[in-house]
Ligand binder design. Sequence first.
Ligand SMILES: [Zn+2]
Length: 180
Amino acid sequence: MRTQLVIHHSADPSKAPQFDKINGYHKSKGFPKSSLGYWVGYNFLIEHSGEVRQARALTDHGAHTDAMCDGGHCNSVAYGICLAGDFTKADPRPEQLAALFILWKSLGYPKLLLHSDVKKTTCPGGFPFRNELQLRWLDDIRKQLASALKALPRFLGTLRGNMLGRKIERLENIIDENEH
Ligand SMILES: [Zn+2]
C-alpha cells in the first residue's frame, strides 16, 4: 500500500462521463498502458456523477504527477485520484466528495496531497479537500464509536444491573445527549 495520495481535477467542466476522453488524451500523450488496459494516468477517476472508474491497479506505476513526493517520484510512491471538473471555477459535487472519502478510507487513509503541493500548477483548484476529508473522517469515527457503544449492551446484556452495566448505560446516555 502506498502512503500518499495526490488529488487532481480534470480541468474540464463537462458533466458527461470523461473517462474515455481522458483515456484517449493520455494515450495520445504516450502515457504507459496500465495492467487494466487503460492509458489514463490516474489510479482512479471520479466522474461528475460520483461514479468511480479505476484505470490503474494499485501496484501499477502512475502517470499523473511529474514531481517528487516523500520517498520518491510521486508516480511510484503515491496514488493518483482525479475528480472530473474544473475546481478553479466550481466546487466538486457532494457525490464526488462522498466517493473520494470512501476511496481514501479503502486505501488506508494515505497522506493527502494536492497536485499543487508538489508542483506549480492550479490543479486541483481552490477547494479545501484536506479539510473536507478530515471532517468526514472525524464524523465517520464518531458514528463508528457511537454504534459500537450502542452494540455493547447486546453482547454484555447479562451484566446489566452490575457496575459495568451501569457504566455502559451512562456512556449510552452521553452519546444520546450528544446526538440530540
Ligand atoms: Zn493534477
